[in-house]
Design a protein around this ligand. Structure first.
Ligand code: PTJ
Length: 255
């Protein structure tokens, strides 16, 4: 990886770019993953590269959903592996659940590499190498799922996905948590809880929330989930972009 000095004003963004390029070189990330990262970077730039209040609210609701779930599942693709393997392993450990590798551009070699990376990073159990079920309504390889993981789950976290699988999982009756910097994406609009934030900030925040909210009663968690309004959060994310751009223009104009 290119050494990025910490003092660089765009350190976090450049580091993420390096990590995805490294992921491609190591065989974890698909070449298409570079394009997905570019799209994410653009939205992060528009949001001001920070965790906004709507993203915080969504992260809290997601943590409550995961704690209430009987069988939660966490999905990992090639971009997630490059950007947040450690953070996903820590989240799985906090919830005491397995991780499941699920790829759009699936190759058995890449599935194994990602599963090995997660195990080397400390994951206790990794599913996805031997899928034994399919998600109905999906024609591509991403339909492949594991019993005891995504297939049977009541709540699924799907970071950096397109809309198809999100919709298909919702159609199966599951509650879906998306992490997607694009508040207008089909994934964000179809998910039960949409976290419009960079995965590198969102997953550690979620693990911290899981640890904090674990002390709450079930009734309190249920109330938090009931009061959560995903449409309001998505509108809030778009407003955050508008406000950020407005502030930028004002600063540039010296106002
Ligand atoms: O590893 P595979 O084969 O499963 O492929 C993974 C990718 C990401 C290539 C595949 O799922 C894909 O093509 O996804 P899309 O349709 O490009 O959607 C990815 C979404 O994630 C886009 O809306 C991006 O804005 C968003 N995104 C990209 N980078 C980040 C992000 N969201 C949060 N954090 C990021 N770092």
């Amino acid at each position: 990886m290119t050494e990025i000095p910490r003092s660089h004003p765009r350190y976090a963004s450049l580091l993420a770019r390096e990590r995805v390029a490294w992921g491609v070189a190591q065989g974890y990330t698909s070449i298409q993953g570079l394009i997905a990262q570019g799209r994410g970077e653009c939205f992060d730039y528009l949001l001001g590269e920070r965790t906004t209040a709507p993203a915080e609210a969504a992260t809290k609701a997601a943590a409550a959903l995961l704690l209430l779930a009987e069988r939660p599942a966490l999905s990992v693709n090639g971009n997630v592996a490059a950007l947040a393997a450690e953070e996903m392993v820590a989240l799985a450990a906090a919830l005491n659940i397995p991780l499941e590798v699920n790829l759009f551009h699936r190759s058995e070699e890449r599935v194994k590499k990602i599963a090995d990376l997660l195990r080397e990073t400390g994951a206790k159990e990794v599913l996805g190498e031997h899928p034994d079920a399919t998600v109905p309504g999906l024609e591509h390889a991403r339909a492949l799922a594991s019993r005891g993981g995504i297939y049977d789950a009541d709540v699924v976290l799907i970071p950096l996905e397109d809309g198809d699988r999100c919709e298909a999982l919702v159609a199966m009756g599951k509650k879906v948590i998306a992490i997607d910097l694009n508040p207008l994406s089909r994934t964000a609009r179809k998910a039960t809880v949409s976290i419009v934030d960079n995965i590198m900030r969102a997953v550690p925040n979620m693990a911290a929330q899981v640890r904090q909210l674990a002390a709450l009663s079930r009734a309190d968690l249920v109330r938090m989930v009931r009061e959560y309004d995903n449409e309001r959060v998505l509108r809030g994310a778009v407003q955050e972009i508008r406000d950020h751009l407005e502030r930028q223009f004002r600063e540039d104009a010296g106002g």
